[in-house]
Write a protein that binds this ligand. Sequence first.
Ligand code: PGA
Length: 255
Amino acid sequence: MNATEKIFAANWKLNKDPEEARSFLKSFRNLLAQQPLESNREVIIFPTAMSLATVSEECKNTKIHFGPQNVYYEKSGAFTGENSATMAQKLGSTFCLIGHSERRQIFHESDAILHRKVELLQSLKMTPVLCIGETQKQRDEKKTLLVCFQQLDEALVDVDHTQRLIIAYEPVWAIGTGLVATLDQVAEVHSAIHDKLSSRNFKNFQILYGGSVKPDNASDLLKVPHVDGFLIGGASLEPDSFMKICQAEYKPARH
Ligand code: PGA
C-alpha cells in the first residue's frame, strides 16, 4: 500500500478548453500555496483530451497528477477520433479514467472493451481509474452488488494483481443529479468491493465514491469505511469548491 490515504479526482467531462483549464490551475495552485494539502492526499485532474497538454504544462513541478478521461485499447494506428494512452503518458499522465457510466451508456462501452483498456494501461504502468455502478432500476431490483461485481469481474479478468488499481463506485442515479447515496448505501457497496478485491488478491487498490459529491457532504462521505476519496464532476469545475472537497476533514478532532 502506498502512503496515500485519500484521493480527490476531478472529472471535468466535456468542459474547460485549454485557456479555461490554465486559469483553473493557476487559481487552484494559488489556493494550494495558501493552504497546502496534507501529503497523504492525492489530487488527480481528468481534463478533456484537448486540454491535456495545457494541464500537463500547468502541473509541471507540482504534486497534481492528471490523465485522460478515456483511451483506446490500441496505442496507435487507424482508429480515427480515438485517444492514445502512450501519447497521454508522454504528456505526463500517470492515471486514466475508464468506464465512466457516460462512456458505457452513450458510447456503448462494454466490460470486455474495458478489460482490454485495463490490460493496456497496466502494460504501460499507468493506473486505471475504473468506474462501476448501478442504475436506479438495477438498485430498485436489488441488483446493485450483482451489477458492480459483474463489472469488476469482466474488466479485471486475469489482470496483474500487484499493480495499483483505483475503482470509482458511482451509482448512475447519483451522477449530476444532486441525489447522493446515503452513507449506509455507500458503506455497503464499498465494503463489498473491498472484500471482493481482497479475496481476488489485489494488493494495492483504492475505492473512490462519485455522484453529487459537494463541499457540504464531503466530510461525512470521507469518514465512511473504505471510502478512499472521490471522483467529482460538477463540484470540481470551480477551484474553490474543488479545494474545499480536497481539504474535507475525516479524522476525529483531537482534544
Ligand atoms: P457529479 O459527477 O459529481 O457531477 O455527480 C460525478 C462523475 O460523473 O464522475
